[in-house]
Each structure stands twice: as structure tokens, then as C-alpha cells.
Ligand binder design. Structure first.
Ligand SMILES: Cc1cc2nc3c(=O)[nH]c(=O)nc-3n(C[C@H](O)[C@H](O)[C@H](O)COP(=O)(O)OP(=O)(O)OC[C@H]3O[C@@H](n4cnc5c(N)ncnc54)[C@H](O)[C@@H]3O)c2cc1C
Length: 725
């Protein structure tokens, strides 16, 4: 039996469900996780019935009753006029304090979303909850909107996210007797639904404090800001957001391609890195895990259950079903993570997730041990061998950093500490710089919020691309006939991960040789990477696709690059076992092997391993280059400076003082300047549309205010990208 009732006269409705075993989530029950899902545990919640118009009394209402009673007693005692005014005032104060204390049993909500927040160590949300010392309600929400194809979690990453949330739930349970409460939101959950959810928590837990990690993907940032503003302004909530993901947030690194940097072009790693070091303090030291957490807040009523509440109209005459359907809350508290719909593998379908998870650790202690192992054994080899796919010396920390199972601050400081113990020849400049590269990706997304879907060099949108779906499919499935590309793409498919230089080789192959739009590569990586990071993926694909701030100043040849990144052939042999018997001389170019070598290695091109999908790489490259030149010849002149460099519109950063102190600078779409960005010589030297004299002058004046003349700057693109390639 279900009742729908209004909360605080607002339109929010929720259901009181008389305990039913099928739902489980009812007074007297809470849930603990096990590795398979979740089992109900009884008696964690105070289930004593209270009467309030036939319903259970909300705790806030009880507090108000207590306050009224206290007031009445004060008036009564003052009427008796036996106390002196001083005694009377101190009594009133004491009663006020008592009332305050009872009101302060309001719960604190920690809201986890899997964007940098899935850990116990260096977790400012938990530390603040500890300080606030109010009953704690930890919640994880999931909606299909969280799997949005541009800004959401990709399919492979959802598998990883599922295991990470589950592992965190178990750790919280073991260490602090806390559980994560799971909420399934409707498919298109937006601001309205989140507000309903928080109204519900306000009504049922007297919650007025929300702690959450900041998100930086433009629509998510926008949503969080709106939510924060509405809750604080209209509902008097206290909302605290924390940086849990980055070393420095985009608005705290004062970088706008300033005139003092001579290191490289606007938006590339080197000048950003310099600005990062010059303008910002070192990231704060990571904090330890909280020693304790306040007791878990108990939900006193059953949560809204849309199907139960709304789909089955009670057979009462005059009780309008439509009315109930539209008024019932769309979200649902569910008893297990599985029920949130987060896991992408549907029951009864093929379990591709087990292979994917493979050797990845998912619980925090093992992840931190993994970091220690890297610092001890692989960091000393990193600088020299970071581009060797066959040696596996890179950290493989990206999946953990992407979800926040590991704090970037912890990795940064632990690396510095470990480096101090190493001989000078073993120290790595690159590793720390790569962590800062992450910050650059977020800075880029902040400055160019459309970067996930639209070329940053906007004139490149009109470039002609090859639309042949067979070529794209061959690239995706790892059957291009070029072993290093195929090995990488198969590793990606099976494990959700690839080393950096193999990602670069694969991206370069797609764009430069197949002339396929980089957006297809971005989308495929979005779907298949377990370390998917919206900002990094967008930055790297834009750069590979020549439309980003840092157009790559190189094209990666699939055979010659393979000989330097996999000189032993071990990487190709691991992921392409059908080529394992080929001698080193041919492992990266089986088409060059004599028939006798192929047959003794058991390789039959076209049967056991594919023929190359394009044989003449030189001609293919010329074609894609011609497509760029053709697009540039059609583009408006304002998109080039006099030297042939591409120009883009860049938002001007300005200092602002918003109520949120964290915003030191902001970018606005209506205040932009033209800036030139690194452009390859082969494009610059070809004819391009030229400026009319007055346009040239206006653009140059604008740019000169911000940048030194091009000729005084080093003609460098992204040093790290070049080194990695
Ligand atoms: C086309 C393309 C798409 C990419 N998409 C992603 C992505 O979605 N998510 C992702 O984390 N990385 C992405 N990268 C960057 C890079 O390949 C991975 O971060 C790296 O391979 C992860 O392995 P690792 O942890 O061993 O890296 P390490 O070499 O050990 O580096 C340490 C950390 O530095 C950061 N880092 C490394 N390279 C970069 C970079 N180029 N930009 C920003 N940060 C970096 C990562 O957080 C990484 O974990 C992409 C690269 C390319 C070429």
C-alpha cells in the first residue's frame, strides 16, 4: 500500500511504502554491499513508529514542536514571575541552545558522482563531514544522462566505475560503518529532478548541507552551479564544493598566453607549464583519510518508488491516476548498485566486462600499493623508456586518476618525494609535466567549452573527410594490416587502455592516412577507454585532428615509429598472437616478408592477418594534406595571420568576484580576441586566403597587445607530444 504525500507544501511528492519484501528499502532496513551486489541488513535504521496525522513525523517538524514547547515553558515560567530578569534570560539562552542542538541533528549529504571523488584518502568531502560532525548520508546517483555520448561515462568506463563505487562502498562500510545510498534517476534527469531529490532529503533527513566534488565538463559545471545557487538561495542550504580532481583548477592558473612567455605557442604545454609554475602555488599536500566519520544518517521513510507509487493507481474513486503520475517523484532509492542501471552489461548478454577488468585493481588500498610500486620500480626507468610500449614502464594510473580513486595531489607529491631519493639520471621531468598536462586539458575545455564536439579552429569545420565506413571499422577493430596500430586497437578493445605513444600512432593513422574525421576517433575512444577523461580525450583528438591549440607538428609512420616504440616486437606479439612467430625484421611489416618466412611463421596475409587497408601511405598522406589546404583556401582571411598561422577567437579572461570565492577569473563568450596558434609549416607555406589590409591591421593590433611578435618566439609545438611521438 502506498501513499503519496506532499512535503512542505511544495510540489515534491514521495511515497511511504508499507514494508514489502520485494522492495526491501523500508524502515528498519539498510544495505551493505557484497561483491555480487547487495544484501539487506536490518536494524540500522530507527524504525519506531511515530504519529503525525497518521504518518511518520519528519524530524524537522519534531524539532519545531520541541522549539514551540520550549518557548511555551519560557513564557509560563516568566508569567510566574519568580525568576529575576537575568535568570530568565539565561534560561531562555539555555533553551535556545538546546533547540539549536536538536535542530543540528540535520544530516550532511556527501554526493558522489565518480568525477574525481571515489576515494577515502585526500577526500575533502569526508574530512569536512568529519568536522561538521552531523549524521552523514553518502549518496551515489545514476541516470542514463550520466552516460551522455559527449560528456558522460563511456561503456567501458562504466564497468570500471561500477567496480570502483562498489569497492568504495565496501571500504566505507568496513572502516566507518557507512554505506553508499544508491539513487536511480530518470533517464533525462536534470536540474528539476536533482532539486526534487534534495527537497526529499531535506524533508526526510532535515538535510541542509551538501558536499560534492567540482565537475568541469561545461554542461555539468553549469548544472552544478545552478543547483548550488538554487539550493543556497531558495532553500537556505549550505553547499560546499571541492577540487578533488586537478592540481590546479583552470580559473586559478593565470594563463592567457601572456607576453612574458617565450617558450612556445599559445595553448601548448610548455608556456602553460611555465605559467602554472609561475602563477600558482604548489598543489596542497594530500590529506590523510579521516580517522572517524559521524554516524550514518537514517532515512526515516521509504523513498519514492515510481513504479509502485505511480504506475499502479489505487482503486479509489476520484483519485486521479494522471495526477499521481505527474506528481510522483521520478527518482528511486534502490537497494543495489546493479539497480541503478550503471552497469552496461544487461543480464543474459555476453559478459565482456570480466575480460576488460582483467588485471586492474579496483579497491583503494591496492590502487595505492600500485602507485607505490610504480614509484619504487618504474619511475627510475620512466624518463628513458616512457615511449617503449614493450617495456611497460609508464604508470598506468590514468584509470584511477580519471575516476578519482587516486588523488592527483597525492601522485604529484609522492612523485616529488620519490624523485628526491633517486639519482639525477633516474629522475623524470616528463612524469610531473604530464600531470600538469592534465590541468592544461581542463584549462583548454574551460576556455573552449565546445571542444568536445567542435573544432577549436572553427574554420576547420568545413574540411572534407573520408566517410568510408569500412576503413573506420577496420581501424576500430584492429584490422588495418599495420601491426602496431592493430595491436594498440586490440589492446584498447580488450583492456580499455593503451600506452600514450600507441594512442598517438593510432590517432595519427586515422587522421593523416585514412583522412577520417577525428570526431570518430574521439567517439570510439570515449566508448572503449576505461581511463576516459572528457577533457584530455578532447584535447588530444583535437590536436591529432589538427584543429586543437597544439596541432601536432609530426605525422607518425606506422612502420618506422613501431620500430622505436616496440623494438623487440613483444608488444605486437602480445596483442597479435597470429604474428608471434614472425622474426623481428618483419614483425612490424609482414607485407615485406618473403612468402617462405610468412609460411614458416604460420601467417597468411588476407587470411590469418589482414592485408593493409592502404598500401601507399605517401599518397594517402598527400590526400589528407590536400584536404586541409583546400579548406584553408576556402576559409575567410581573418582566420590567418600574415605568416599563414591559423587564428582563432580566444575568450578574454577577466577577474571576477562571484559569491563563490573559487572563481578568480572567468571566460565569457562575448569578449574574445583573435590569437594565432601553432600551424605546421606545410600548411603555412601553401597559398592561403589573404587578409584585406584593414582586417590585417585590426587583427594584428588586437594580437600585439597580448603576444610578442611571432618571429621572436620559438617555433615549437607541444614538446611533450613531440617527445612522446
Ligand atoms: C588520442 C588520445 C586520447 C587520449 N585520451 C585520454 C583519456 O581519455 N584519458 C586519459 O587519462 N588520457 C588520455 N590520453 C593521454 C594519455 O595517452 C594517457 O593519459 C596515458 O597513456 C595514460 O597512461 P599512464 O597513466 O601510464 O600515463 P603516464 O605516462 O604514466 O602519465 C601519468 C599521468 O599523466 C596524465 N597524462 C599523461 N599524458 C597526458 C596527456 N597527453 N594529456 C593529459 N594528461 C596526460 C595522465 O593522467 C596519466 O595517468 C589520450 C592520448 C591520446 C593521444
Amino acid at each position: 500500500m502506498h501513499h503519496c504525500v506532499t512535503v512542505n507544501g511544495s510540489s515534491l511528492l514521495f511515497c511511504e511504502v508499507i514494508p514489502r519484501s520485494t522492495y526491501g528499502w523500508c524502515p528498519g532496513e539498510r544495505y551493505c554491499s557484497d561483491s555480487q551486489g547487495f544484501t539487506a541488513q536490518r536494524d540500522l535504521v530507527d524504525a519506531r513508529p511515530r504519529s503525525y496525522n497518521g504518518r511518520r513525523t519528519p524530524s524537522r517538524y519534531r524539532a519545531l514542536l520541541r522549539m514551540r514547547k520550549a518557548k511555551r515553558r519560557t513564557v509560563e515560567s516568566s508569567n510566574r514571575a519568580t525568576d529575576s530578569p537575568d535568570t530568565l534570560f539565561s534560561k531562555i539562552d539555555a533553551q535556545k541552545t538546546a533547540v539549536k542542538r536538536s535542530l543540528s541533528s540535520a544530516a550532511t549529504i556527501v554526493w558522489l558522482r565518480g568525477r574525481g571523488d571515489l576515494r577515502i584518502h585526500d577526500n575533502p568531502l569526508l574530512l569536512q563531514a568529519q568536522r561538521l560532525n552531523e549524521p552523514l548520508f553518502i549518496m551515489f546517483t545514476w541516470s542514463s544522462a550520466d552516460a551522455d555520448k559527449n560528456y558522460g561515462f563511456g561503456e567501458a568506463q562504466r564497468v570500471f566505475l561500477f567496480s570502483a563505487v562498489d569497492a568504495l562502498n565496501r571500504a566505507l562500510n568496513m572502516r566507518f560503518q557507512q554505506v553508499i545510498h544508491y539513487v536511480r534517476l530518470s533517464d533525462d534527469a536534470g536540474l528539476e529532478e536533482y532539486l526534487q531529490l534534495f527537497h526529499f532529503l531535506e524533508a526526510s533527513l532535515s538535510a541542509r548541507t551538501l558536499l560534492m566534488a567540482r565537475r568541469y565538463e561545461p554542461p555539468l559545471l553549469q548544472l552544478d552551479m545552478e543547483l548550488e545557487c538554487t539550493l543556497t538561495k531558495q532553500r537556505k542550504w549550505k553547499v560546499y564544493t571541492h577540487n578533488m580532481h586537478l592540481l590546479h583548477e583552470p580559473w586559478t592558473v593565470a594563463y592567457d598566453g601572456d607576453a612574458t612567455s617565450s617558450a612556445g605557442h599559445f595553448g601548448t604545454l610548455l608556456p602553460f607549464w611555465q605559467a602554472w609554475q609561475r602563477n600558482a602555488d604548489l598543489p596542497p599536500e594530500p590529506a590523510a583519510a579521516p580517522s572517524t566519520l559521524p554516524p550514518a544518517a537514517a532515512l526515516e521513510r521509504c523513498e519514492p518508488r515510481t513504479p509502485a507509487c505511480c504506475e499502479k493507481p489505487p482503486p479509489l474513486a476520484g483519485d486521479a491516476f494522471v495526477d499521481r503520475t505527474t506528481r510522483c517523484a521520478p527518482f528511486q532509492f534502490v537497494t543495489s548498485l546493479v539497480e541503478t542501471g550503471l552497469h552496461p552489461v544487461r543480464p543474459g548478454t555476453k559478459r565482456w566486462d570480466t575480460v576488460l577488468l582483467g588485471s586492474w585493481a579496483v579497491d583503494e588500498e591496492r590502487v595505492r600499493a600500485f602507485l607505490r610500486d610504480f614509484l619504487e620500480h618504474r619511475l627510475p626507468l620512466y624518463e628513458k623508456n616512457k615511449s617503449r610500449a614493450d617495456l611497460e614502464v609508464v604508470s598506468r594510473l590514468s584509470p584511477y586518476l580519471a575516476l578519482g580513486m587516486l588523488s592527483a595531489r597525492e601522485v604529484f607529491h609522492a612523485t616529488r618525494a620519490a624523485s628526491r631519493r633517486l639519482a639525477a639520471s633516474e629522475r623524470s621531468k616528463t612524469f610531473e609535466r604530464r600531470l600538469i598536462w592534465r590541468d592544461l586539458a581542463y584549462w583548454t575545455l574551460y576556455m573552449f567549452p565546445e571542444a568536445v564536439t567542435t573544432p577549436i579552429r572553427s574554420h576547420y569545420a568545413s574540411q572534407e573527410w573520408n566517410e568510408d565506413p569500412r576503413l573506420l571499422a577496420a581501424w576500430q577493430r584492429g584490422s588495418t594490416g599495420y601491426p602496431i596500430i592493430d595491436a594498440g586497437m586490440r589492446q584498447l578493445w580488450q583492456t580499455g587502455w593503451m600506452p600514450q605513444n600507441i594512442r598517438m600512432a593510432a590517432a595519427s593513422f586515422l587522421v593523416e592516412y585514412l583522412n577520417i574525421h577525428w570526431i570518430h576517433g574521439l567517439q570510439w575512444f570515449h566508448r572503449t577507454l576505461i581511463d576516459l577523461d572528457i577533457a584530455i580525450n578532447a584535447m588530444m583528438w583535437q590536436n591529432a585532428g589538427r584543429t586543437g591549440l597544439d596541432m601536432w607538428n609530426f605525422v607518425i609512420h606506422p612502420e618506422t615509429s613501431a620500430r622505436s616504440s616496440d623494438p623487440t616486437g613483444a608488444y605486437v606479439r602480445k596483442w597479435l598472437p597470429e604474428l608471434a612467430q614472425l622474426p623481428n625484421a618483419y614483425i612490424h611489416a609482414p607485407w615485406k616478408a618473403p612468402e617462405s618466412v610468412l609460411s614458416s611463421a604460420g601467417v597468411q596475409l588476407g587470411a590469418t592477418y589482414p592485408q593493409r587497408i592502404i598500401a601507399d601511405l605517401g599518397a594517402a598522406r598527400k590526400q589528407s594534406q590536400a584536404a586541409v589546404l583546400e579548406m584553408r583556401s576556402r576559409s575567410m582571411p581573418q582566420f590567418f595571420n600574415a605568416d599563414g598561422y591559423d587564428r582563432i577567437r580566444v575568450p578574454v579572461l577577466k577577474a571576477v568576484s562571484l559569491p563563490h570565492e573559487r572563481f578568480q577569473q572567468t571566460a565569457t563568450a562575448d569578449n574574445t580576441v583573435w590569437r594565432h596558434v601553432f600551424t605546421r609549416r606545410e600548411f603555412r607555406e601553401a597559398p592561403f586566403a589573404t587578409h584585406l589590409p584593414h582586417e590585417t591591421e585590426a587583427c594584428d593590433r588586437q594580437e600585439a597587445q597580448l603576444l610578442p611578435k611571432d618571429s621572436t618566439r620559438a617555433m615549437r609545438g607541444n614538446g611533450d607530444a613531440q617527445a612522446a611521438a
